[in-house]
Ligand binder design. Structure first.
Ligand code: ATP
Ligand code: ZN
Ligand code: MG
Length: 303
């Protein structure tokens, strides 16, 4: 019998993840949150030179913006829509009866007009587009949001609700590509300062269905997405902790984002998976941050 506990079981035993009865949904210990918040601050220090505009959105967007984003075309399998009870007293009695009888009570629920945010940058494009054409400098944003993806998993690094810190750039293709190149270097520097083993590789998004395979191949070929990967669950399949995405004119076209020269704006974003980086630190330095290498503690501001 193989009694070696999995990484997930070890995290639960250490109290850092608190099971809630659903795969990919966990409470976190105070220590976990302390590390995550210190990472958030470390990212801010690495991003300070960007003079990004800080915006914080709740973890949901309007159904209209969600539909406009075309997320349903490529990721219908991840989407989480909020549905609500909108019935009368009779319907209320039916719902309670269904619950009592163990039947599906959700049938009569109606779409609320609110959809859970799939990536931290989604709320920002329509908001910036509403301001009118970009200035010569373009726009750089600093975002952080809980994000939802319906991808239940036993890997602690694949959560259904997780926090994504992002910097987003909107502007000319040159501005946007320079931003992505900057973050490829700055992100690597930051992760090396945490003494984490890593590789950077070209990547693709898990687009849905047969058409998705074509999209994924083209995304790779054009090198639109890079990931910074750290072995967390296993050496063989390292985990994407940072992603560097060039969307070209995709969001610019959808929301009519314009440059001062009246061209369609291009956009790019760098995403930091805050839980994933925290888990990578646990994996490589142990479950007690007070026992981590002193350099790593110092980079995070001490424990
Ligand atoms: P993966 O290939 O592992 O599914 P991804 O390509 O879907 O990752 P992005 O869509 O680029 O990741 O999201 C940005 C960042 O958010 C990732 O680099 C990762 O750190 C984090 N992230 C993505 N999905 C999850 C998840 N299910 N749980 C925790 N963190 C996640
Ligand atoms: Zn993004
Ligand atoms: Mg994914």
């Amino acid at each position: 019998m193989d009694a070696t506990p999995t990484f997930l079981e070890q995290l639960i035993a250490a109290g850092h993840l608190i099971p809630m009865g659903v795969d990919g949904l966990y409470g976190k210990s105070g220590v976990f949150e302390d590390i995550l918040n210190k990472l958030d601050a470390l990212i801010s220090r690495h991003g300070a030179a960007q003079q990004a505009e800080v915006m914080r959105f709740p973890p949901a967007i309007s159904q209209q913006n969600f539909e406009e984003s075309e997320y349903l075309k490529t990721f219908p399998h991840f989407a989480g829509t909020v549905h609500c009870f909108c019935g009368d007293e009779r319907e209320h009695r039916r719902v309670l009866d269904c619950v009592a009888e163990g039947k599906d009570w959700t049938e009569g629920q109606k779409a609320s007009g609110v959809v859970l945010t799939p990536a931290a940058c989604y709320p920002s494009y329509p908001v910036i587009a509403r301001r009118g054409p970009l200035s010569e400098e373009g726009v750089t944003l600093d975002l952080l949001s809980y994000c939802f993806r319906h991808e239940p998993s036993l890997e602690p690094t694949r959560l259904q609700l997780f926090r994504m810190r992002e910097y987003v750039r909107m502007g000319t293709p040159d501005q946007v590509l320079a931003f992505r190149q900057h973050w490829l270097e700055e992100g690597e520097k930051m992760m090396r300062s945490l003494a984490l083993p890593l590789i950077i590789d070209v990547a693709n998004d898990p687009f849905f269905g047969r058409a998705g395979r074509v999209l994924a191949a083209s995304q790779r070929e054009q090198k639109l997405k890079f990931e910074l990967l750290v072995p967390v669950n296993s050496e063989e399949s390292p985990t994407a902790c940072l992603s560097f995405n060039y969307h070209m004119d995709h969001f610019g076209l959808i929301w009519a984002l314009r440059t001062p020269g009246d061209e369609v704006a291009h956009t790019a974003c760098v995403g930091f998976g805050l839980e994933r980086i925290t888990l990578a630190l646990f994996r490589h330095h142990g479950f007690d941050p007070k026992a981590w290498p002193t350099e790593v503690q110092a980079v995070l501001g001490g424990f």
